[in-house]
Design a protein. Structure first.
Length: 93
């Protein structure tokens, strides 16, 4: 069976995808301009987000008595989590 070449829906889809590409390029240009102007600000904001995430995880772990009182269980849970996410990542590639 041959693919349909000239169909109004295909033309509309192509036009929509072109608009999407144009929008993404425009946003990327503005993002690059902002990062170029304020690299220290973006670095500090990114660092703050990372540290806040780690600090939040630390407080969640402290609230779970099993994990806070048993570092080996915490270590095992962390290693198992890394193994599972790593194997999932390999399957998604």
């Amino acid at each position: 069976m041959e693919p349909i070449k000239n169909h109004p829906l295909i033309d509309k889809e192509k036009a929509f995808l072109n608009k999407e590409k144009q929008l993404v390029q425009k946003i990327d240009t503005k993002r690059q301009a902002a990062f170029t102007r304020f690299p220290l600000l973006f670095t500090l904001l990114g660092t703050f987000g990372l540290v806040a995430t780690f600090y939040g995880f630390e407080h969640l772990i402290d609230r779970a008595d099993v994990l806070a009182d048993n570092p080996f269980i915490l270590l095992g849970t962390g290693v198992i989590t890394l193994i599972l996410t790593g194997s999932l990542y390999k399957k998604l590639q």
